[in-house]
Design a binder for this molecule. Sequence first.
Ligand code: ARG
Length: 478
Amino acid sequence: MRCPLRSNERAGLHARQFSANLFPSSTMWHGRFTQDTSSLVQQFGESVSYDWRLFPHDIAGSIAHARAQQNAGLLTADEFQKIESGLREIEKEILDGKFEFKTSLEDIHMNIEAELTRRIGPTGAKLHAARSRNDQVATDTRLYCRTQIGEIMTAATKLQYALLDRAEKFAASMMPGYTHLQRGQPVTAGHHFLAYVEMLERDKSRLADCLKRLNICPLGSGALAGSTINLDRQAIAAELGFDGVTSNSMDAIADRDYIAELLFTISLCGAHLSRLSEDLILWCTAEFSFVQLSDAHTTGSSLMPQKKNPDVCELTRGKTGRLIGNLLNLLTNLKGLPLTYNRDLQEDKPPLFDSVDTLKLVLAVNAEMVAALEMNEEKCCAAASDPMLLATDLADYLVRKGVPFRQAHELVGKAVAESIRTKTPLDALDLAAIDPAYGPDAAEVFSVERALTARTNPGAPSVANVRAEISRWQKQLA
Ligand code: ARG
């Protein structure tokens, strides 16, 4: 059986082969059984068609385990050498796409161990002492998550840089800020882009937090109750770069919290990018025309020659549904499981791998698209020049004249109603005729530049603030 690989998988991993029934499935447990596993059950239960990607972690874990076996006097130095070099050979063959995986051997763990034993003989059969596939898969999966968290953080930082670059270019481009998708108050495009830099930074800090909890080694927990052969767990953990060892063998085997946390963090990051997508989709409508996405990041229509569609944004929004689905998939799996290992847990990997692959691709494509987008500054500025955007500033003006805010709100509301009724722009009304509280200087409120410049408090969108934030981010991300 050949397995089609995703394009974003490491180079050299194409041409991976899968075959069925080359080894009788009873190889690993033939003592107890008299019949081979039915081929339909093999097909049903195999996971090697997707968990093969755990191979670098499985091999690292096996080498650390074998070294501890040697230190405990279970292997001679020569036997350890044989195991280590056998495993390294297998690793290289997998990387080169030359290794043949057998679905009859269920998963990556049994494929590697069986092939090692086939190559080096009885020494290979010593490797599984004092471990189980249960602590093995938990270890491999934690190591996989650790590596992937690093890659996701790097991809998120690249997107932050792209947003920062656009924030810098459009730091002073005025545009309306919206609530309820109704024009609210003036902001700048730079401030808007920086909002997404903030979200991604929180995503990264959630990833770092998740990493802290998952970087604890479960190896040595055995099937569920440790082992009568006590290997040096601390040494194994240290070799694998873990910060410590798990404290309860049953919890360590049953625990998939780290996957749930990672899937949640990925889902939330997806939700942030889905919101960015929604902004961009709206902004590139003819009705808004605030943004111009590059040809390279949009698609045409096979029928309507004029179309330029924001497919990257729409797919980002759509794929986020899958990310959230993957989180629910795992939580639903976990909620009914008694301690400790249950085979249901094998189903943790398809959603995990899918979410990790999807988010990395979403981050990369969005970084490319954001870096190339251009704001239509004239359109943004025209929209930001709507005097209604300064109605709140007019109320603030009255407050500064001593009018209580609620009363000021009502007075400005009356002016707005008058503007709508008489079809007169708010800034062209005779405000003093509406209320004597309006002085002759009230007209000065109607300058968007002034309105923005006045917003100097931390977090507010004055151009000076936006520029200061950009240099803060540049330092922080470097
Ligand atoms: N392929 C299994 C998984 O991913 C490995 C553990 C199997 N353990 C067992 N007792 N069947 O969960």
